[in-house]
Design a protein around this ligand. Sequence first.
Ligand SMILES: [Zn+2]
Length: 133
Amino acid sequence: MRSFHRNPEGELLRPGSDQKGYLLVGLCRDGRVHRRLVHRLVLFAFVGPPPDGHQATHLDGDRTNNDLSNLKWVDPAEWAPQVACRRGHAFTPENTITRSNGARKCRTCQRDRRREWRDRRRRAASSEGGGRD
Ligand SMILES: [Zn+2]
C-alpha cells in the first residue's frame, strides 16, 4: 500500500498490508506517519515488549489473523514451524491446505467443522417442521 488516505477531519489512516502480507496501520505523531505492524502492536499492548531477540509470530501461519490468541513472541532459535494444528492433527501434505497468504489450515478440522455445520442445519430444519417424525 503506497498511499495512505488522509482524512481532512484528522489523521485517520487506512490499514494496509506490506509485501509479505502482514497488516500495517499508520500512526500519526508530530505530523509524521509511522507505519506499524498490527500483530506487533497487539503483542506490545497485551503482552508487553518482546524478550531479547524474540520475534512476533502468527501461530496458525495466517499473517492476517491478528487475534491475541494467535500471536506470540518467540525466540527464532527455538521456534520451529507448527507441525500440528491446535487440535493435534499433523500438518502432513495430505492434511494441509495452504492459502496464498501462507496460512495453513487443517483439512481434518475443516471437514469436521463442515459436518457440524450441516448437522446443525439439519436439526434446525427438522425442529422448524413442527416436530413431525
Ligand atoms: Zn486439525
